[in-house]
Design a protein around this ligand. Sequence first.
Ligand code: M6R
Length: 366
Amino acid sequence: EKGGYDHFMLKEIYEQPSVIKDTYRGRLLADKGIIKLGGLEEYIPKFVNADRIIIVACGTSWHAGLVAEYIFEDLARIPVEVEYASEFRYRNPIITEKDVVIAISQSGETADTLAAIKLAKQKGAFVYGICNVVGSTISRETHSGTYTHAGPEIGVASTKAFTTQITVLTMIALKLAKVKGTISKTDYMMYLRELEMIPAHVEAALKSNDDIEEIAKVFKDATNFLYLGRGYNFPVALEGALKLKEISYIHAEGYPAAEMKHGPIALIDEHMPVVVIAINSDHYGKVVSNIEEIKARKGKIIAVVTEGDTAVKELADYCMEVPKTPETLTPLVTTIPLQLLSYHIAVMLNKNVDQPRNLAKSVTVE
Ligand code: M6R
């Protein structure tokens, strides 16, 4: 059932081009400028009139929520807060009937997320679910929602669930932006076309697999890793670090690149690999200076760069290329090399990639 792959995780990484397509199939009609999500249509006024959107989730799903915060605020101009379900639940949060809560969960069974949903419902909020498992508890407990169509995710380390969650969240944000008029017609059409091209871009990103395996060989014995990204790619840095921790048991931290100088820079020496998402974006110049600061302290740079990049390539020790796409959509491609890097390191260290120690696929206790 691993379809010729050594592990479910690798199979699931490679399924991403097709499951992202499955997730938007019939929902995104780029030529006609249409996004149609069954569970959303009748609740659009709730979203449009909401004071704010509160996203609740755990782990990788929480990272997808952080990406969504950037997308929703940028495109649809709706204030978003992203909460760890476990923290939200226990701090007497302020929730009103004017709030829309989005719960994100691959399994649809995560106890903390479920508890947060129950609380939000009690307080009168409208709760929208984004789940992968059809008929799961969270999909039933929410007022409405959209399924990701990632198919069964067996590997404990979440991969295709993450990219399909972001796909759904992007479609919701674009739909709301169009209804609210916060996006120009030209940009809207451009994003729809670009979203349709993501599966091909992911396919292209996967082509770097052999190079990434070589990079993994070089760094597999490191005891710490730092992951840096800015803007839309800050949550991707967190996700990259989580992937490495979970399956290789190497300590890794994700940080917004600009925060480095407020503390973590003290950790940098010749033994510290730093994975930097340094794609072409508004922050490119700033990220290049972050890389220079790391090099000056002898840190080793593994950079995720846009195809055709030159400046970062000159500075970085190793590069992993991804195709060019609008910045808003970059998390869907920059995530790929990070998944592969953690996968190869874990395999080289002989770890149980699909079932890492101490972890369960769904966490059903609070
Ligand atoms: O099923 P859920 O999306 O609710 O799960 C949330 C987290 O437990 C999950 O993402 C976890 O962090 C993964 N093992 C990450 O790879």
